[in-house]
Design a protein around this ligand. Structure first.
Ligand code: ADP
Ligand code: ASP
Ligand code: MG
Length: 416
C-alpha cells in the first residue's frame, strides 16, 4: 500500500469536534487506498500551559523533566485520534515516541532525530491496521529519556516519517490554507502561493514564519519529501494548499517571494571595545558557551581615544529578547579576562523584518528599494544583514507591522 503522512497542528485538534473533523480527512485517504501515518500536535494552548507548569515549579529546571512534562500534550491527542478512528470503523492505534521508537539525541528541548526504525509500525500495517497515529514533537534518547524537538516540532516529526517510510506525500494540515506571501493575520492582502521553493521556505521559516518549523523544511529538502501545507477546516483535494518543492518546478518568478518577521528581538551594544585581532572571539566565544543565539552582528569603524594609542570600536549584535539576561551575565563575567568595554547598552524593543526571494540572486537593487520604502515611512534601520536570497533589517518593534505592510506593497506581493 502507498503511504501518506498527514499532520494536524494544535488548532486542528483543539477539541473533540475538531479531532473528528481531522479523522474524516484521514478516513478519506484510507478510502483512497493509503496506509496513513497521522502525526498530531497537542491541543492548541496545551504545550504553553505545560511549559507554564514547569516554569512555575522550577526556575532552573532539569531539561529532562521539562521534556517529560511538555511531551505529554501530544500523548492525549494521539490516543483520542486513534479512538475516534476506531469509532469510525478504521483499524488504528496510537504510538508514543518511545514505542516506535523515535530515536533522538539527548539534547533535551532541541533534540534531533537519530533513527526511526520502520519495523513496529510496518508489522501493524501488515496485520491490517490502516492508520498509525504518532505523537508529534517527541522522541526517546539513547539513555531512555523522553525528549522533545523544540517548539513547532511536530512538523519535523511528520517530514521525518515521510522520509523514513518513503511516503508519497507529507500533508501539513493547519489553520491557514497554505503558505502566504506573509502572515495573513498581519497583512490582509497577503496572497496564497501555489508553490514555494525549499530554499525560500527555509529562509522564511528561519526568519520567523512559523507555518513550518525550520528543521522540517531542511529535512524535506534533504530527503526530497513532497511537502504540502493546507487547511484542516476546508474541503481539500490533491490540488489544495501550497506545495513546497524544488525551484525548477516553479514557473512564477518574482524577485521577492515573501516577507517574514520576528517580533521578540533585542539588540546589545558593547561600547568602546579594543579594536585588535581576537576581540570578536573574546565577545562571541563566551556568548556561544552560554547558549546565546546571536543573529546579526555589526562592528563600527575604529576610532582613537584622546591620550590613548590603542584603537577602539563598538560592537552591536541582535539576539532573542529572552536571552538578554544570559548574554549580559556571560559578558559581565568576561569583563577583565580578555575583554573590556566601557558600557553595555541593551535595547529590548526591536523586531526583525526580512524579504526573501530566489530572484534576488540575479537582480540588483532589491536592498535599495527595501531601504527607500522603509525610509519613506520614517522607519529607522538599526542593523542590516543580507545573504544571497534574503535581506533582514532590525527596527523598532512598534513599526514592525507597518514595515511588513510597506514591504509587501513595495514588492507587489499581492499581485501574481
Ligand atoms: P499549527 O498549530 O497547525 O502547527 P502554527 O500556528 O504553528 O500552526 O502555524 C500556522 C500559523 O502560521 C498561521 O496561523 C499564520 O498566522 C502563521 N504564519 C506566519 N507566516 C505565515 C505565512 N507566510 N503563510 C502562512 N501562515 C503564516
Ligand atoms: N505542541 C508543540 C508546540 O506547541 C509542537 C507542535 O505543535 O508542533 O510547540
Ligand atoms: Mg506549528
Amino acid at each position: 500500500m502507498p503511504i501518506l503522512v498527514m499532520k494536524f497542528g494544535g488548532t486542528s485538534v483543539a477539541n473533540l469536534a475538531r479531532i473528528e473533523n481531522a479523522a474524516r480527512k484521514v478516513q478519506a485517504e484510507v478510502d483512497r487506498g493509503y496506509d496513513v501515518i497521522v502525526i498530531v500536535s497537542a491541543m492548541s494552548g496545551e504545550t504553553n500551559k505545560l511549559v507554564g507548569f514547569v516554569e512555575g515549579t522550577s526556575k532552573l529546571y532539569d531539561a529532562r523533566e521539562y521534556d517529560a512534562v511538555v511531551a505529554s500534550g501530544e500523548n492525549v491527542t494521539a490516543g483520542l485520534m486513534a479512538l475516534r478512528l476506531q469509532e469510525m470503523g478504521i483499524p488504528a492505534r496510537s504510538w508514543q515516541g518511545w514505542q516506535v521508537p523515535i530515536n533522538t539525541t539527548s539534547a533535551h528541548g532541541a533534540a534531533r532525530f537519530v533513527s526511526i526504525p520502520r519495523e513496529n509500525i510496518e508489522a501493524k500495517f501488515a496485520e491490517g491496521f490502516k492508520v498509525a497515529v504518532v505523537a508529534g514533537f517527541q522522541g526517546v534518547s539513547a539513555e531512555g529519556r523522553i525528549t522533545t524537538l523544540g517548539r513547532g516540532g511536530s512538523d519535523t516529526t511528520a517530514v521525518a516519517f515521510a522520509a523514513a517510510f518513503g511516503a508519497e506525500r507529507c500533508d501539513i494540515y493547519t489553520d491557514v490554507d497554505g503558505v502566504y506571501t506573509t502572515d495573513p493575520r498581519i497583512v490582509s492582502k497577503a496572497r496564497k502561493l501555489e508553490k514555494i521553493a525549499f530554499e525560500e521556505m527555509l529562509e522564511l521559516a528561519s526568519l520567523g514564519a512559523k507555518v513550518l518549523q525550520t528543521r522540517s523544511v531542511e529535512l524535506a529538502m534533504r530527503y526530497k519529501v513532497r511537502l504540502r501545507v493546507l487547511s484542516s477546516f476546508e474541503d481539500t483535494d490533491e490540488t489544495s494548499g501550497t506545495l513546497v518543492c524544488d525551484e525548477e518546478e516553479i514557473m512564477e518568478s518574482k524577485v521577492v517571494s515573501g516577507v517574514a518577521f520576528s517580533r521578540d528581538e533585542a539588540k546589545m551594544t558593547l561600547v568602546r571595545v579594543e579594536d585588535r585581532p581576537g576581540v570578536a572571539a573574546a565577545i562571541f566565544g563566551p556568548l556561544a558557551e552560554a547558549g546565546v543565539n546571536v543573529d546579526m552582528i555589526v562592528q563600527n569603524i575604529s576610532e582613537k581615544v584622546a591620550g590613548d594609542t590603542k584603537l577602539y570600536t563598538d560592537m552591536t549584535f541582535s539576539l532573542p529578547v529572552n536571552q538578554v539576561e544570559r548574554a549580559r551575565h556571560a559578558l559581565e563575567a568576561s569583563q577583565g579576562s580578555g575583554l573590556s568595554y566601557a558600557e553595555l547598552i541593551t535595547d529590548t524593543e526591536t523586531a526583525k523584518v526580512s524579504v526573501v526571494g530566489i530572484g534576488m540572486r540575479s537582480q540588483v537593487g532589491v536592498a535599495a528599494r527595501m531601504f527607500a520604502a522603509l525610509a519613506a515611512e520614517n522607519i529607522n534601520i538599526k542593523v542590516i544583514t543580507t545573504s544571497e536570497i534574503k535581506i533582514s533589517v532590525l527596527i523598532d518593534r512598534k513599526y514592525m507591522e507597518l514595515a511588513v505592510q510597506t514591504l509587501h506593497d513595495t514588492f507587489d506581493l499581492d499581485r501574481v
